[in-house]
Structures are given as C-alpha cells and as structure tokens.
Design a protein around this ligand. Structure first.
Ligand code: SF4
Length: 357
C-alpha cells in the first residue's frame, strides 16, 4: 500500500470517527489510571455492562493510591459479577507496583507500562497512545477484523503468524502524529461499521480501499484458527442453611475464582447422585458421616466460562444441626462482605432470594 493511500485512509477513518463515535466517559480523559481501568474492564466485558462498573470502581477507588491501599477482598467485591477475576487481582497488584516502584505516578513509557501486571501489548498501546500520545498501534478483535478485510488477508488471527502480520498492518496504517484519535477511530470502525455479521460496506468510508469488498468476499474474513476445546467440569455444591447462616469456604488454589468464596464443593469427573457423592473423600472433608443428612434432587445450573463449562449441582442439605467442617459460618445478611463467584450468586439469588447489595 502506498503512502498516499495510507494517508487517505487515516483521514477518512478520523473524519468518520468524529461524526460517529460513542461518547464514553473514558474518552473524555487523558488520565492514565482511568484509561487503564476502562481498558481492563472492557477486555472481556461489553461496553454496556462495563460502564456502570467503571463508574462504581472509580467512585470507590478514585486514585491509584486508594486502590493500592485497599484490601484485595474489597477490590474483588467491587468486581463481583464481571468475571475473569484475575483482572481485578492484577489491577490491585499493579496499583501497588506503581505506588512502590514509580512513586505513585503512572509510568509514561511503553516498555514500563507493558511490564505491569495484567497489561499486555494491546492495553499498553492503548494507554500509551490515549494518555501519552505515543505512537503505538492497537490491535484488538475489532481491529483484527477490519484489517483482515481491508487487506483480504487469510492468515488466521489468534495465531503467532497472524499476530505478527496484523501488527505489521496496524503499524503501517497508524497516524503517528495523532495516535490517540487514530487508535480510537480504527477500533470504533470495527465495533460499529465493520461489524462481524453485517458490515455496512456500501456506506463504509474506506470501501474503495477494501480488498475483501472489492472481491465480494467480506464474509470470509477474518479467518479464525480452530477453536480450543471447552473443558467440562462437574461441581457438586453443598448448601446448608442453619439459623439464618450459610457455610462458605475460600478458593485458595490456583484455579478459576481464586480467593473468592463459595459453598462446600466436591468436584468429580462425572455427575454424581447424592448417594455416590456421600462416598467421596472430598465429601468427608465436610461431613465425616452422612447418616444424619438428607438432600432432595439437586438444582442444576450450567455455567459457561471462556474455556470451561461448569456443570453444577446444588444439593440442599438437611442436617440435624450438623455443620460442615472446614468452612466459615456467615449470616445471610453479612454475605455482601464476601466476594463470591457469579455462579454462586445466581444460585443464591434464584433459589433463596439472597440479595447482594
Ligand atoms: Fe469493513 Fe465493508 Fe468497510 Fe471493508 S468495506 S472495511 S468489509 S465495512
């Protein structure tokens, strides 16, 4: 692609953006903390859902220092419902690193930003360009799609070859004098105009440059690598309600929902009936003897995560005043102080009207 054509595309993208952009709070600021937070929230969350979380998080932790000084539990609590909790843990960790290593000031060099926990190449480029006007091109799902069509490139995205190739295109197109507007524009183009299923090609400002449109093969792009197989897991939760108290445990292991609280859990490689469940060693970790316990047919909830499908069975356990061992007792009205996974939240809200605040 010639320099003249690149310039034309840059101008068209930015003109289109100024007319069509969505007004979002993190677009009105060059504060790197706010930009960082918005980018982390939007990594796996839609704008509509993330918007309120962004506002609530900022009102609870208005500065990097306030976030660094907070308890991890408070941070996780604030994140509850957004999923992918590693993001929240990394936000907290990074706030501490900035406080200790960078005197509380967000670093303004790409390499330093990239070195922070939870910040990959895309987020580092976004913060560098939006907050500090540094010439680094962003490459997110929307940009991949747009570029793959613009150049009609069949290299599968999500592969290392694809990453290399599309990084090259993104850098080639970058307007180095206005990296902030350019990056916003190219992402918004993918989000609003060059959409996955029905891109509005006849009205697209860059359609005369678009190779996929020219050959009538827009729907073939982007080419995706084969999907990673989803892992199925079978969770059996024990719900015991005793005088307005329920029993929780903390997930300590390096696994999904680390450091969140949940009901006593027995995991197995297939779904278990109550009788089979009672024979499991993990069950005996909570109840050494099941003869005074009863449970009706479990409530089943299937919960989908990015690479895992959790097939959960919730057993409402009736015991004669026997409490599960190795758990903590929590009054239902104090549950709001404990960060819990979305799955447990759904179960409690749907079945026991236990409301989170
Ligand atoms: Fe995307 Fe269509 Fe525009 Fe090409 S012409 S960039 S496929 S919207």
């Amino acid at each position: 692609m010639m320099q003249k054509e690149i310039k034309e595309i840059q101008i068209k993208l930015q003109t289109w953006y100024e007319k069509n952009k969505r007004e979002l709070p993190w677009r009105q600021t060059t504060n790197p903390y706010k930009i960082w937070l918005s980018e982390i929230i939007l990594q796996q969350t839609r704008v509509k859902q993330g918007y309120q979380y962004y506002l609530n998080f900022l009102s609870k932790f208005p500065t990097i220092k306030s976030l660094a000084d907070a308890d991890e539990q408070e941070v996780l609590k604030q994140w509850q419902g957004l999923g992918y909790y590693t993001r929240a843990r990394n936000l907290h960790k990074t706030a501490k690193i900035i406080t200790e290593k960078f005197n509380g000031t967000f670093p303004n060099q790409y390499a330093d930003i990239l070195s922070l926990a939870g910040i990959g190449e895309y987020t580092a480029a976004a913060i560098s360009s939006f907050a500090f006007q540094l010439p680094h091109a962003v490459l997110d799902g929307n940009v991949y799609r747009f570029l793959s069509r613009l150049f009609a490139d069949e290299t599968p995205i999500q592969t290392s070859a694809g990453k290399k190739q599309f990084n090259k295109y993104a850098s080639l197109l970058l307007d180095k004098k206005n990296p902030d507007i350019h990056n916003q524009a190219i992402m918004e183009m993918g989000a609003l105009q060059c959409t996955p299923t029905s891109p509005n090609c006849p009205k697209c400002p860059v359609n005369i440059h678009c190779k996929a449109f020219e050959v009538g093969k827009v729907e073939l792009f982007p080419v995706k690598a084969k999907k990673i197989k989803q892992r199925k897991r079978y969770f059996h939760y024990l719900f015991v309600l005793n005088n307005g108290k329920i029993f929780l445990q903390k997930r300590e292991k390096k696994d999904i929902w680390q450091n969140l609280y949940e009901l006593p859990l027995v995991e197995s490689d297939k779904p278990l009936t109550w009788d089979k469940l009672c024979q499991k060693d993990d069950f005996k970790h909570y109840f050494s003897d099941s003869k005074n316990l009863t449970a009706k047919k479990p409530i089943e909830i299937n919960h989908i995560l990015s690479h895992q499908k959790i097939m959960a069975r919730f057993f409402i356990v009736h015991s004669q005043d026997e409490k599960p061992k190795n758990t903590i007792e929590v009054s239902v009205n104090r549950l709001k102080n404990y960060p819990i996974s979305r799955l447990i939240d759904i179960f409690l809200k749907d079945n026991f009207n236990v409301k989170e605040s």
